[in-house]
Design a protein around this ligand. Structure first.
Ligand code: BT5
Length: 269
């Protein structure tokens, strides 16, 4: 395994390689921040354009869902995308899957690793978490003002050295045995996410669902899903739509809307 190398990200190099129309065309790279989601949210309130991407070399207070900690050492890819979904998105609950799918598709196509989406917001390789997605949003009345899609990808970091996640996480560096070019990785992920996002606005959810099923690893797993008002236990069956899944329980199939999910505990993954 080659040594880890923390060459810093270069904005002009990213912009030269980027093939997107609007995601990442406005780019802010910082060395360190608390959370890129907070920086993007603050800029959103200052009229930043949709598609703004904020990237940090390291985060001091990276977070996951429900206030869980997200370890963000140097060498990873920690970024947030600002989107301003209009009428075409009845619910932003599909955005974590769009983020996870964008990451899994990039890793599978461009780096030939078997990266799989684990509902609702994880990307797994060899049953270990290589990436996670955190979507946060702001509304005015019942009108969504903006959403921030936060992506954390363990690129060139050594997760086995971080005690809290050493048994559950992995990194591309660990899997491939060499470091990846993070600028290429960022460009590939942003392009995939833009394409999936555009498909949403064209109501081509069916196409995304098909890709999702081909890159999913949730099916067949025993899950305990904590919802806002109850808990559902059973076997993950399938996605009914991008925002809804079916769980086979002891009493038959139960449909769950992703927006009602507080946490998912995978018992046999
Ligand atoms: C997530 O939450 O997976 C969402 C992670 C989103 C991180 C990005 S980085 C850029 C942006 N800015 C932020 O502050 N956040 C976003 P969740 O499903 O709740 O998973 C959190 C759990 O994953 C933790 O409780 C740990 O067990 C585990 N974990 C923490 N750091 C990890 C890492 N680097 N790799 C793999 N697993 C990790």
């Amino acid at each position: 395994m080659r040594a880890l190398d923390f060459q810093t990200l270069d904005e002009p190099r990213i912009l030269r390689s980027l093939r997107t129309q609007w995601i990442g065309r406005s780019l802010r790279i910082v060395d360190e921040c608390g959370s890129t989601n907070d920086v993007a949210g603050k800029l959103a309130g200052e009229d930043a354009v949709r598609g703004l991407v904020v990237i940090a070399e390291t985060q001091t207070a990276g977070r996951g869902r429900n206030g869980r900690e997200w370890c963000s050492p140097r060498g990873g890819v920690w970024l947030s995308i600002l989107v301003r979904p209009h009428e075409h998105l009845s619910s932003i609950s599909v955005l974590p899957l769009v983020g996870a799918l964008g990451i899994a598709a990039s890793l599978s196509e461009n780096w030939k690793v078997k990266a799989r989406v684990r509902w609702p917001n994880d990307v797994m390789i060899n049953k270990r978490k290589v990436a996670g997605v955190l979507v946060e949003s702001k509304s005015k009345g019942n009108q969504l003002t903006y959403a921030v899609i936060g992506l954390g990808v363990n690129a060139n970091c050594n997760t086995s050295k971080i005690e809290s996640i050493s048994n559950t996480a992995t990194s591309l560096f660990t899997i491939l045995g060499e470091r990846v070019n993070r600028e290429d990785l960022i460009c590939a992920i942003l392009l995939h996410i833009e394409n999936f996002y555009e498909s949403l606005s064209l109501s081509a959810d069916r196409d995304i669902l098909q890709t999702l099923r081909s890159l999913d690893c949730s099916h067949g797993n025993h899950v305990k899903v904590k919802l806002t008002d109850r808990e559902v236990e059973g076997t993950f069956d399938d996605y009914s739509s991008l925002g809804e899944v079916r769980i086979m329980t002891a009493d038959g199939f139960e449909s769950i809307r992703t927006e009602a999910v507080v946490s998912v505990d995978y018992q046999s993954n």
